[in-house]
Design a protein around this ligand. Structure first.
Ligand code: 3PG
Ligand code: CO
Length: 544
């Protein structure tokens, strides 16, 4: 149990933490869908309540460097755990640099498994460093050759979501040249299949299994439109589907004489080179589960399978993994549970695991006293529904608040992020407006219950909807003069607002130098009248 705080007995009513996904604080209003949105409730919050900015990217959330943008996994891990851990991106880079990955049993088993067959790598094909990094893939392919593997096939999921929206050729062209150069002395490495990451394979949280089924037919069965190389496929598909950005491109298969070059067969080895779990779990289940029933696999090859990391510590998924995940312990969820605090967590499908699984340190299980509610997301491109399920999440939160059953409640509004990722500026302004409307409904209920809210975000996205020119720092332009849409997250800090109409001005927020998302757990503990856990970063609550 956490110790009681001497200076503050804690809020009498509920404490609500609201994560506005993808809501960063931009330096400039140009290209910010947040600045362009009409958002009277948010404006009122920033004008009238204590608010500070928090670091949400780079080393503040356990990424290898401050050049790395934040993302929902590391952001929610930091918020929920109250601590910063070296995250997958950093752990894998370190394991490769030190060579520890090659000495590990899992890599040895993969190499042994591939000696008589083919070694396949499936994963997100970019240097976004959110789910994967292409340098990790290159290191593994080169090492596989050194260790005597003869055939390597890569199944490349085109990104355009964590990197510029039409950058696929920046990766396929040099990478296919790299594979060709390496393909000497009886070694043969090629890209065998692929497609847009939001079209195949990388679904999350059971939102749309048909994406994974399409990926299976592409990577494993080798079914689909055939091309001579990945580069040729990208060029041809762009011509065939004008305006389609990389993340949405349809699947492709690389073939020679009408025959796919890299179907996955019995006796092969498969490495899923994504280190992040949410979008890796479903395809992993398709490979690992004997009694798999999410779709008809047609053929389920017996392969030696490994994930880059273990994606779910509770489900032990996958069984074999190349690098140990961060050992996230003593999270706020666990300690509030041990302190008898009833907790409620809610979001729509697309972000449901963020406020449950990521929040609790990549564990799909629940701590005692936790209640989860998932609002099913629409299965549509979100620029068509920028309001997403903000109203339904507000409904669920209001009902949970009014039930009086929960002392802490947390939710995530996905809009700023999911619509921000589409690169559609107009839709992103509506996304922000939808969140504003939801807050306008939620805040009075918090007041009525005598509660307090912390309003924050996990990283930026809608705050910069145009790519900035590296030299001029002004929005970059397409050939036709339009601005180049930016689909990725930003490096901007995020807000932390203390919505408090109950303490009579006793409470405020400290602007601690370098404060980041990991300071939120201790702040929450103090607001509940507890000392922070010794492992958590400092509280930002000022008690006057
Ligand atoms: C995604 O998976 O959608 C993006 O790569 C990262 O977005 P998220 O970190 O906000 O989920
Ligand atoms: Co995002």
């Amino acid at each position: 149990m956490l110790q009681k705080l001497a200076s503050f007995a804690g809020v009498q009513g509920p404490l609500v933490t609201i994560v506005m996904d993808g809501y960063g604080l931009a330096k400039s209003e140009t290209g910010s869908a947040i600045a362009a949105a009409r958002k009277p409730t948010l404006d009122r919050l920033f004008a009238n309540y204590p608010n500070i900015s928090l670091r949400a990217h780079g080393t503040a959330v356990g990424m290898p460097s401050d050049e790395d943008m934040g993302n929902s996994e590391v952001g929610h891990n930091a918020i929920g755990a109250g601590q910063v851990y070296s995250q997958g991106a950093a752990l894998v880079a370190d394991a490769i640099a030190s060579g520890a990955i090659w000495a590990g049993e899992a890599w040895q088993q993969i190499v042994a498994g591939a000696k008589s067959g083919t070694l396949h790598f499936i994963g997100l094909f970019s240097d976004g460093n959110v789910h994967s990094h292409i340098d990790h893939l290159k290191a593994m392919v080169a090492r596989a050759k050194q260790e005597g593997v003869k055939t390597v096939r890569v199944h490349a999921l085109l990104d355009g979501r964590d990197v510029p929206e039409t950058s696929a050729l920046d990766y396929t062209v040099p990478f296919e040249a790299f594979l060709q150069e390496l393909s000497t002395d009886g070694f043969d490495a090629r890209i065998a299949s692929g497609g847009g990451r939001m079209n195949i394979t990388m679904d999350r949280y059971d939102a749309n299994w048909s994406m994974v089924e399409k990926g299976w037919h592409t990577h494993v069965l080798g079914e689909g439109d055939q091309f001579a190389s990945a580069t040729e496929a990208v060029n041809a598909l762009r011509e065939r589907f004008p305006g389609t950005i990389d993340q949405d491109l349809p699947p492709f298969v690389v073939a020679r004489d009408g025959k796919p070059v890299g179907t996955i067969e019995d006796g092969d080895a498969v490495v899923l080179f994504n280190f992040r779990g949410d979008r890796s779990i479903e395809i992993t289940r398709a490979f690992e589960e004997l009694a798999f029933d999410k779709f008809d696999r047609v053929r389920a090859p017996r392969v030696t399978y490994a994930g880059m990391l273990q994606y779910d510590g509770d489900l032990k998924l996958p069984q074999r993994f190349l690098v140990n995940p961060p050992a996230i312990t003593d999270t706020s969820g666990e300690w509030f549970s041990k302190s008898g605090v009833a907790q409620f967590a809610c979001s729509e499908t697309q972000k449901f695991g963020h406020v449950t699984y990521f929040w609790n340190g990549n564990r799909s299980g629940k701590f005692d006293g936790e209640t989860y509610q998932e609002v099913p997301s629409d299965v549509v491109p979100f620029e068509q529904r920028p309001w997403m399920k903000s109203a339904e999440i507000a409904d669920a939160m209001i009902a949970a608040l009014q039930s009086g059953k929960y002392k802490t409640l947390r939710c995530n509004f996905a809009n700023g992020d999911m619509v921000g990722h589409t690169g559609n500026f107009r839709a992103a302004t509506m996304a922000v407006e939808a969140v504003d409307l939801a807050l306008a409904r939620l805040l009075p209920v918090i007041d009525a219950m005598g509660g307090i809210a912390l309003i924050t975000a996990d990283h930026g996205n809608a705050d910069e909807m145009y790519e900035l020119d590296k030299k001029t720092k002004l929005p970059a332009q397409n050939k036709d003069g339009s601005f180049k849409a930016k689909t990725a997250h930003t490096l901007n800090p995020v807000p932390l607002v203390l919505y408090d109409n109950v303490s009579g001005g006793k409470l405020g927020l400290k602007a601690l130098a370098g404060a980041g998302l990991s300071n939120i757990a201790a702040t929450t503990a103090n607001l509940l009248g507890f000392e922070k856990h010794a492992k958590w970063d400092e509280s930002l609550l000022e008690i006057k």
